[in-house]
Every structure is written in structure tokens, then in C-alpha cells.
Design a protein around this ligand. Structure first.
Ligand code: MG
Length: 378
């Protein structure tokens, strides 16, 4: 008999305007938002999840399509409920399954299950291979300045500050500001010069390039000892990923935009060196774990989750990392975001770049209700 049943599913939308916008290849960002999912069981236990992307649309899907699927069910039946949510959404939306909505509910169910069973989510997912990991700094976004030298100066300064973590990821795609791949490569060169050869350096294009440009940029990245070239081409161009992986020596990374079915096709085509499922976008921990299970026997593909969001996204990612056979660093966003900094007392990362993985029940993340209320927009 079930120890309790799912009583309610609610969404909580949060918003934090930024004092200075930042840019990447595709757009400028001036407000950080988050859509959290709060699931409560019949005994009053609460689990939290997070959905990738805008509130619009996702909120309605969670409340009108997914809530009826899970209310009244056993909250510890997470994998069965994930499959059911996926099938219901496919029937409702056909080929465009709204995975961010499923992710938020699925992660909240794991958090709730862990709390009900007194276990960290990683233990429920098959066991913990580690109790801590290392991190790499994400950030180094484009600044709202006209002058290219000033742009370089500010990004290099930020990268130099983050180099103490031992690994960092740069953004290229200065097309947003009217420049091109030459200026992108100059940015990589300057950062490599500034941080020295001992710091791991990754490069993320956020699909700024077409295939020929990506190939040309990728050939040069090898000169700067780049650990991976992330999202070189548009997510839809799965053949482009395969082509670049065949022709370039720099490892090819991607996945933050990809669905479980697209991951299958990328893996079938030997198109990835580094698979980067985002737990809040791929459908949650269930499909991410299935992906890791698929690549585990061969170990030709590293799994390093993409992480972007609040402490709920970070906490879910840490639980996932604990379950991976091969260690993966936590992607640690260093760009300004009050929603990441203020919703919990926990700052996650120690000064040397190591990150303890919580062993408390559920995700091991304790949200501060006052902070949630302060940024709530509904
Ligand atoms: Mg990325």
C-alpha cells in the first residue's frame, strides 16, 4: 500500500530583474525568471521541481494537463508517472511534447519521494558513486558595451576571477553585437592567455554558426587547448553534429536543447563526445538516467549535465552527478542571478571549486519561504 498519495500540484513563478543585461549568441537577457513546481502529499510532505524556460505555456501545461495525471497517485512511482506524463502530453500536443513542464513535476516527485522514504534522490536512482564533485564556471556573457576592446577586457577580467575554480566555459557568438568568428577566436585567445594553460577551458557557441563556420572555428579551437566545443550548430542539425565530430579533433558537446529522442539519434550517429542533458528541460531525472544508462557500457560519451537555474536545478543536477559512474563537473553559473543566490542559505560551492553533494532526504535543498515570496510574481 502506498505510504501517501499526491494531493496537490502548484506552480510558483519567480522573477528577478537584473541591474545589467547580459548577452549570448542568440539574445540579450535583462530578467531572470523561474517556474518552480510544488507537489504536496497527503501527509503534508512537500517536493520541489523546476521547469526550464519561460512561464508562459509551461504553467498551464503543469496545472491543466499534468496535475490530473499525478494527483491521487503514489508519489514514489516516479518512473511510471514520468512515462504516463510523457504519453499524455504526446497525445495532447502530438510531436512537440512539452518536456520542461514534465521536468518540473518529475523532479518535484523525486524530491517528495526522497523525503517520504528518508533517502537522497541519488540513492533512489541506484546509488551514489561520490559525495562531492568539482565545478566549472559558466558566465563570461557579453556585456552591453559598444567598444570591442572594452568587451574583451570585461570578459577576460571575469574569466580571470573565475579561474580559481580550475575550469571555465566561455561564450562565443559575438554575432549578437555585429562581429563574427574572427572576433570570437580572438576572445578565446585572450582568455587562454589570461588564465594560463592549467585551467580547463570550454567554448559554447549557443548554435551561432552554420556548419562550415563551425568547422573552421573548431579547427582553431584546438590551438587553445579547448576541452569541448558546445552547441556549434543549431540543435535541429543532428547530422551537423555527427559531421563535426568526425572532422574535428576538439570534442563536440551538446544537449541542453535536446529531447530524449534526439539524444538517441545523436548517439546512434556517434555525434557527441559530451552529452549535456538539462534536467529541467529533458523531462527530469528519469530520461537523464536512461541516457546515462545507455552510454555507460561503452564510455565513449561523457555525461555532463547542463545546469541553469535556481538551487532546485542545481540540487537535482548534483543528485544526478552522484549517480554517474564517471565523475562529471557541476556547471556553476556565475552570472548575476538573485534567484540562484537568495532562495537558499546554501551557496553550494566551496572556495576551491569542490561541491558537496547533499545526502539529506530528497534533493537536499531547503528553500527559504520568505525569499520565494519576495520574488514570486503570482
Ligand atoms: Mg550551453
Amino acid at each position: 500500500m502506498a505510504i501517501s498519495s499526491i494531493d496537490s500540484v502548484e506552480t510558483v513563478a519567480l522573477e528577478a530583474p537584473l541591474t545589467e543585461p547580459f548577452g549570448y549568441a542568440q539574445e540579450w537577457v535583462d530578467t531572470r525568471t523561474a517556474l518552480l513546481v510544488r507537489v504536496e502529499s497527503s501527509d503534508g510532505t512537500v517536493g520541489w521541481g523546476e521547469c526550464w524556460g519561460p512561464t508562459a505555456g509551461t504553467r498551464g501545461t503543469v496545472e491543466e494537463i499534468l496535475r490530473p495525471v499525478v494527483v491521487g497517485e503514489d508519489p514514489t512511482d516516479v518512473e511510471r508517472l514520468y512515462d504516463r506524463m510523457y504519453d499524455v502530453c504526446r497525445a495532447a500536443y502530438q510531436s512537440v511534447v512539452p518536456l520542461p513542464a514534465i521536468s518540473g513535476v518529475e523532479i518535484a516527485l523525486w524530491d517528495l519521494s526522497g523525503k517520504l522514504l528518508g533517502q537522497p534522490v541519488s540513492s533512489l536512482l541506484g546509488g551514489r558513486h561520490r559525495n562531492e564533485t568539482r565545478t566549472y564556471a559558466t558566465g563570461h556573457y557579453f556585456k552591453p558595451v559598444e567598444d570591442l576592446e572594452e568587451q574583451y577586457r570585461r570578459i577576460v577580467e571575469e574569466a580571470t576571477r573565475n579561474a580559481s575554480l580550475g575550469a571555465l566555459k566561455l561564450k562565443v557568438g559575438l554575432q549578437l553585437l555585429g562581429y563574427g568568428p574572427d572576433e570570437d577566436l580572438e576572445l578565446v585567445r585572450r582568455v587562454r592567455d589570461a588564465v594560463g594553460e592549467d585551467v580547463d577551458l570550454m567554448v559554447d557557441a549557443n548554435y551561432a554558426y552554420d556548419r562550415p563556420t563551425a568547422r573552421s572555428v573548431g579547427e582553431h579551437l584546438a590551438e587553445y587547448d579547448v576541452r569541448w566545443f558546445e552547441e556549434p550548430v543549431r540543435p535541429e542539425d543532428l547530422e551537423g553534429y555527427a559531421d563535426l565530430r568526425r572532422t574535428l579533433s576538439v570534442p563536440i558537446a551538446g544537449g541542453e536543447c535536446h529531447t530524449p529522442a534526439e539524444f538517441d539519434r545523436l548517439l546512434d550517429a556517434d555525434a557527441l563526445d559530451v552529452a549535456q542533458p538539462d534536467l529541467c528541460n529533458v523531462g527530469g531525472l528519469t530520461p537523464a538516467r536512461r541516457l546515462a544508462d545507455r552510454v555507460r557500457p561503452y564510455r565513449t560519451v561523457a555525461v555532463v549535465p547542463h545546469v541553469w537555474g535556481t538551487p532546485i536545478a542545481i540540487g537535482a543536477s548534483l543528485q544526478y552527478i552522484a549517480t554517474l559512474v564517471d565523475d562529471a563537473p557541476l556547471e556553476f553559473d556565475r552570472s548575476p542571478n538573485p534567484l540562484r543566490e537568495e532562495l537558499t542559505a546554501d551557496r553550494f560551492v566551496e572556495g576551491d571549486g569542490s561541491v558537496p553533494i547533499p545526502a539529506d532526504p530528497g534533493l537536499g535543498v531547503e528553500l527559504d519561504p520568505d525569499a520565494v515570496e519576495a520574488y514570486r510574481v503570482d
